[in-house]
Design a binder for this molecule. Structure first.
Ligand code: GLC
Ligand code: CA
Length: 563
């Protein structure tokens, strides 16, 4: 693997609508982000990814774009965007936008023109099929947000268009070279403006297995999950290689793909030295236990499962590429609520989770609020939920006989809205996020979990994240923590996540230990400890018995040790 400028950096995802509202309309915005750049710099962030801020009806919160060349007025203006790019540059920070090109919005001019003339130029930008009355739909795929992927084309009784997500997100037809040219033009236009690159949304869906056909139904609705089709679809690499060669490579853009379902042998093609993308997210642990039958059938993830997922990816990746590591994002519940066992979500455990995910090989990402240990929220009724995917999942549970109360409980556990509640800046009204009415209800725990309090407290989760980021950048250890080999340690121990990062060239070796158990334990050491680089329970200096070569690791303790 060739070394790249971004390997040593720390990345941060901003969900603009919920980050900081500068003008009191209850919606976070670009000026809000600009005013918090110094905060991000202080935390140690170098790269920021903004979830979509393009013109959009916000049916899927901006992942439904009506104009790729402009900023939605709710978020600001193009001048604000240019200002953000300038201000970021001044601080040696890099800005990524979200590239959403599997689909656009049904309010995009291309789609409107397609409705006017389905056989014309713009009709061919989409997948539009004729279905005579009484005939069946072209295929039985179920859209990600529920229901069939086919919707009647407005103004045409006998025509249907394809949408693998919501009906307000018509899929773009990548088989059409004219459509691909439109995409490349737009991507280059943004890169020329000074963007460092993109996070690339849902990209694996751009290749469909054609011609359309049915797959075996997997629920009573007679529909089939899209995965079956994606598994058969061949040739996405042709489109992605073209996108790289026409846009990313000439701009030396940094890109990170939202890729699911890739086959292990495809890793070098996706993110090897000349891959389609610079990096991609590791979703191994986020998909763990998820059931196709609905949230009520999901399996909980234990600390051992979590470790096994992370280690599986680490072993698979080796030195091929640099993966992107997360514990949450805007599509997932909060990491501390998911990966820490119930009753164990105190600050020590939050720091423990932070330590073990942050120091494996790859680019560490922080999702806004994660650095405070923000947690899942709760919902009194489904009307408090904004996210379309969650509303659908709730209905799926009900349709399978789950009670309203239980179904809501699953929403509280898995909903994307858990991660979308506004950032908790302070204990003041609305957590200091807005002076207006927040677009989504705050997590009521902002009075106890907020930045203002944590900045003052040297032992806060926030200050621990700062220390963690600083450690990975420390010139004495950087080479090892960024490029050192990943070697699992005591891999079969229950409730323990431990690994070495070893530098083949310098011989430096760093041991990361995380005890997920509520009891202390003795760890056999193969080398002597030279220095404690980080300890999540500073009051508890670990006892090391030189004679027996063992170390006492307290309940929920995490240590980073120079050996
Ligand atoms: C991606 C986004 C998600 C969105 C979907 C459709 O998975 O992260 O938020 O709903 O694509 O664009
Ligand atoms: Ca605003």
């Amino acid at each position: 693997m060739k070394k790249q400028w971004w390997h040593t950096k720390t990345a941060y995802q901003i969900y603009p609508k919920s980050f900081y509202d500068s003008n009191g309309d209850g919606i976070g915005d670009l000026q809000g982000i600009i005013s918090k750049l110094d905060y991000l710099k202080y935390l140690g962030i170098d790269i920021i990814w903004l979830s979509p801020i393009y013109i959009s009806p916000l049916a899927d919160q901006g992942y439904d774009i009506a104009d790729y060349y402009d900023i939605d007025p709710r978020f600001g203006t193009m001048e604000d965007m240019d200002q953000l790019l300038r201000e970021a540059k001044k601080r040696d920070m890099y800005v990524l936008m979200d590239l959403v090109v599997n689909h656009c919005s049904d309010e995009h001019i291309w789609f409107k023109k397609a409705c006017e003339d389905p056989d014309g130029r713009y009709g061919k930008y989409f997948y539009i099929e004729t279905v005579k009355p009484g005939e069946k739909l072209p295929c039985n795929w179920r859209s990600y947000f529920g229901g069939p992927v086919w919707e009647k084309l407005p103004g045409h009784e006998d025509k249907y268009y394809l949408h693998v997500f919501h009906k307000k997100q018509p899929d773009l037809n990548w088989e059409n070279p004219l459509l691909r040219e439109e995409v490349y033009k737009m991507v280059n236009w943004w890169l020329d403006r000074g963007l460092a690159g993109f996070r690339i949304d849902a990209i694996i869906n751009i290749k469909k297995a054609l011609p359309f056909k049915d797959y075996p139904a997997d629920r009573e609705d007679g529909l089939a999950r899209i995965d079956q089709m994606l598994h058969e679809a061949k040739g996405v690499g042709v489109f992605l290689g073209e996108l790289r060669d026409r846009c990313f490579a000439p701009h030396k853009a940094f890109t990170v793909g939202e890729v699911f379902n890739e086959k292990p042998e495809e890793l070098p093609d996706f993110i090897g030295d000349n891959g389609y993308f610079s990096s991609m997210f590791d979703f191994e642990e986020t998909v763990f236990g998820s059931s196709p039958d609905g949230w009520h059938k999901n399996l909980d993830i234990t600390p051992d499962d979590y470790r096994d997922c992370v280690f599986r990816t680490q072993k698979k990746i080796g030195d091929i590429a640099f993966i992107s590591n997360i514990i949450e994002n805007h599509d997932e519940p909060r990491g501390v609520s998911r990966y820490l066992p119930e009753g164990q979500r105190d600050d020590a455990s939050k720091k423990l989770l932070a330590t073990v995910y942050f120091l494996v090989k790859g680019l560490p990402w922080i999702y806004q609020g994660q650095e405070l240990g923000m947690e899942n929220t709760s919902f009194a009724g489904i009307e408090e939920v904004d996210d379309i995917a969650s509303v659908n999942a709730y209905q799926v549970s009900l349709s399978q006989g789950v009670s309203v109360e239980e179904a809501l409980g699953f929403v509280g556990k898995y909903s994307r809205d858990n991660a979308r509640t506004p950032f908790q800046w302070s204990a003041e009204a609305n957590a200091g996020f807005t002076e207006g009415i927040p677009w989504l209800k705050l997590n009521p725990n902002y009075t106890s979990i907020n930045l203002a309090d944590q900045q003052e407290d040297p032992d806060s989760v926030f200050n621990y994240y700062r220390a963690l980021i600083a450690l990975r950048k420390n010139p004495e250890y950087c080479d090892t923590l960024v490029y050192g080999d990943f070697e699992p340690f005591l891999e079969d121990s229950h409730d323990l996540m431990a690994y070495y990062r070893s530098n083949r060239e310098s011989g430096q070796r760093i041991l990361v230990l995380g005890n997920f158990s509520t009891s202390s334990r003795s760890i056999p050491l193969s080398f002597t400890v030279q220095k404690i680089l980080l300890n999540n329970i500073p009051g508890n200096v670990p006892e090391i018995d030189e004679k027996t070569g063992t170390l006492r690791l307290e309940a929920c303790q995490a240590l980073v040790l120079l050996m």
